[in-house]
Ligand binder design. Structure first.
Ligand SMILES: *[C@@H]1O[C@H](CO)[C@@H](O)[C@H](O)[C@H]1NC(C)=O
Length: 361
């Protein structure tokens, strides 16, 4: 009898171990849980490690901006990958947000880590400048006066406090990887850092003119972040030039996998494992497959029907939609258009022929 109970207890714990979501979840899920009731939120994101949970309880306003930022950087990720088989799609009601991708060390995973950590820096820094975070303010070190060929000017408008954003992002985002020191942790830490640095590249000087009727002999200047698209475009180029690495013998770091290529610098993205082709649905590989994706019949690139549909062919449907047409300019100042019905063909990739359930892993 006792043995029976022990057996049951054993199987139950095994099942619990199996379904525990801890492994595949991360702070990325904060965007889904929402950021209104912060105390509740901190306890409802299963993937937070204890340091992250502490920061979450201590800095509710920062968490709010991080949570709101998630939809921005995922949208940027989806924009960059819109023509690709893997399109940075998020999975609804899935705590891993990107599926099993989080467990991979592919190039796409490198990009997601970089852009998510960049997104955190961006969101916190902006919230800071907008006065939404009590523990930070404008960057105090950007003050004083300077001179250039156009005259003298003061520093000291409210410069975006990107160093605060970077410090907080490092503490919060890196906390998970600080726990384990395996290969994937090293890779994630490297890409997180590359992401944080990327935002800083695009600080730009903004000035306001003072002086007699806009003569601009006196200026007040400050540093401000530019559109997040700039960071997205930059990280996209880094994704395309990402460097494959292998672990050192002693396991303390990594080196370039192919000695003919250059060593990664701090701004490069690094990855360990080759990507799957993302043609088929394969949950373990973080691939949703391309069945049902829209493709471009005239393109010769990644979004062409040939490449996108992996040679499986595509379906064409004719859709009609309302659009503005025959727009005329009327003096002054209005543009009036007619509503026209526009017919267009939409091509979508066929699903793979079912060969049993093997691809549906
Ligand atoms: C399809 O690709 C062509 C060539 O790259 C491009 O000019 C066109 O705008 C694309 N069409 C759509 C609907 O994206």
């Amino acid at each position: 009898m006792n043995f029976l109970l022990l057996g049951i207890w054993f199987s139950v714990s095994l099942i619990l171990l199996w379904v525990t979501p801890e492994v595949t979840s991360s702070w990325w899920y904060m965007g889904v849980v929402g950021s209104s009731a912060s105390r509740v939120m901190c306890n409802n994101v299963p993937g937070l490690v204890s340091l992250q949970r502490q920061l979450c309880h201590r800095h509710p306003e920062v968490m709010q901006s991080i949570g709101l930022g998630v939809s921005e950087w995922t949208a940027e990720c989806q924009h960059q990958f819109r023509h690709h088989r893997w399109n940075c799609n998020t999975l609804e009601r899935d705590q891993s947000v990107f599926g099993k991708l989080i467990l991979r060390s592919s190039r796409e995973s490198a990009f997601v880590y970089a852009i998510s950590s960049a997104g955190v820096v961006f969101a916190i820094t902006r919230a800071c400048s907008q006065g939404e975070i009590r523990s930070c303010s404008c960057d105090p070190r950007r003050e004083g006066s300077a001179r250039d060929n156009k005259g003298s000017f003061d520093w000291g408008g409210c410069s975006d406090n990107i160093d605060y954003g970077i410090r907080f992002a490092r503490a919060f985002v890196d906390a998970k990887e600080q726990k384990g020191k395996d290969a994937r942790a090293l890779m994630n830490l490297h890409n997180n850092k590359a992401g944080r640095k990327a935002v800083k590249r695009f600080l730009k000087q903004e000035c306001k003119c003072h002086g007699v009727s806009g003569s601009c002999t006196l200026r007040t200047c400050w540093l401000a972040m530019t559109d997040f698209r700039k960071t997205g475009d930059y990280l996209w180029r880094k994704y395309n030039g990402a460097i494959q690495v292998v672990m050192n013998q002693d396991g303390t770091g990594f080196t370039v996998a192919n000695k003919r290529f250059k060593k990664p610098t701090k701004t490069d993205l690094v990855y360990f494992e080759n990507s799957p082709d993302y043609c088929m649905k394969d949950r373990l590989a973080g691939s949703l497959g391309t069945a049902g994706r829209v493709c471009n019949q005239t393109s010769r690139g990644m979004d062409s029907c040939e490449v996108m549909c992996c040679g499986r062919g595509y379906d064409t449907s004719r859709i009609t939609r309302l659009s503005k047409c025959e727009c005329k300019f009327h003096w002054c100042c209005a543009v009036r258009c007619k509503d026209c019905l526009e017919t267009m063909d939409v091509h979508t990739c066929k699903a793979p022929k079912t060969t049993g359930w093997t691809n549906q892993r």
